[in-house]
Design a protein around this ligand. Structure first.
Ligand code: ZN
Length: 292
């Protein structure tokens, strides 16, 4: 199942199993930005057909970062059609071995026991989250500092935004669009927030790096965010990154608190019992009443 919508002329957002990918169309030629889970492969192919093209028309796949929910269909395209796959050096090294900088679904389930997470874990397990699939032979992007368009349909310009993974990249597109991958998202199956935010912290390799990369994003001349998870955001990148930063260091702290809360249920039960005893509010109530 895939949902495809044209978010700008010849730019399509496609949503599979709790994750987005994007198609850039130029005539009959396409660039695919990210590639869903491996189980999303038929959905990626369906999205290509939905925009009036054939899988052979995909001239290149550009990957924002080497996580299993963004690499999935790349192997299929390369094997079947010889489609080149581009990503940063650090992430290409992880993809080549299949040893990704990524928390495993079972670990997420163990650490966040909140309602809805089990469903997410079941969905992504079905989509291939538990399978380890090396993807060697990616074409390594230059260091992402020179901001030169790739010779691909839609002229994506890679910009280095490390943090979520060591080699995370976003892609600037003509018309003030930027595909941010998971360097900046607007929702996530495991987040209660909607709008600009960092993904839940346990998915982030280096939080300080991810925060620093928000400054890079804030400096881009763009006003449409095409995130790896969540809906398209239209507005100033400065505002989007300010909101994401505030949530990461402000309300985000309450999210981390939530993770700890579910991690230590027994302790919470004790706290709960105490709260009922004394009638006083526990500190966790603060996060629960956050307006986000
Ligand atoms: Zn992701």
């Amino acid at each position: 199942m895939v949902v495809v919508s044209e978010v700008a002329p010849d730019v399509f957002q496609c949503t599979g199993t709790h994750v987005n990918w994007y198609l850039l169309r130029e005539g009959r030629d396409l660039t695919l930005i990210d590639a869903g889970w491996v189980g999303d492969t038929p959905a990626v192919v369906a999205s290509v057909v939905a925009v009036g093209c054939d899988p052979r028309d995909v001239r290149g796949i550009v990957v924002t970062h080497a996580h299993a929910d963004h690499l999935g269909a790349a192997r299929h395209f390369r094997r079947e059609y010889g489609t080149p796959v581009h990503m940063s050096g650090p992430d290409a090294r992880h993809a080549a071995t299949g040893d990704l900088e990524q928390v495993r679904a079972g670990e997420v389930l163990r650490r966040i026991g909140r309602p809805g997470v089990a469903r997410w874990a079941a969905d992504v397990a079905r989509a291939g989250a538990l399978r380890r699939r090396p993807l060697p032979g990616a074409i390594v992007l230059s260091d992402g500092e020179d901001w030169v368009p790739l010779d691909l349909p839609g002229a994506p310009v890679p910009v280095s935004v490390p943090g979520h993974t060591a080699g995370s990249v976003c892609y600037m597109l003509p018309g003030g669009l930027v595909a941010t991958g998971d360097a900046l998202v607007t929702g996530h199956a495991l987040s209660r927030l909607t709008g600009p935010q960092l993904p839940p912290e346990l998915f982030t390799g280096d939080l300080a790096g991810a925060l620093a990369s928000l400054d890079v994003l804030a400096g881009l001349d763009a006003h449409v965010v095409l995130p790896g998870h969540g809906h398209v955001w239209r507005g100033s990148l400065g505002e989007a990154t300010r909101i994401a930063r505030w949530r990461a260091v402000g309300a985000g702290a309450s999210l981390r608190h939530d993770a700890r809360r579910y991690d230590t249920r027994k302790q919470d039960l004790r706290h709960d019992a105490k709260r009922h005893d004394t009638g006083k509010a526990g500190p966790w109530q603060r996060s629960g009443s956050s307006k986000d």
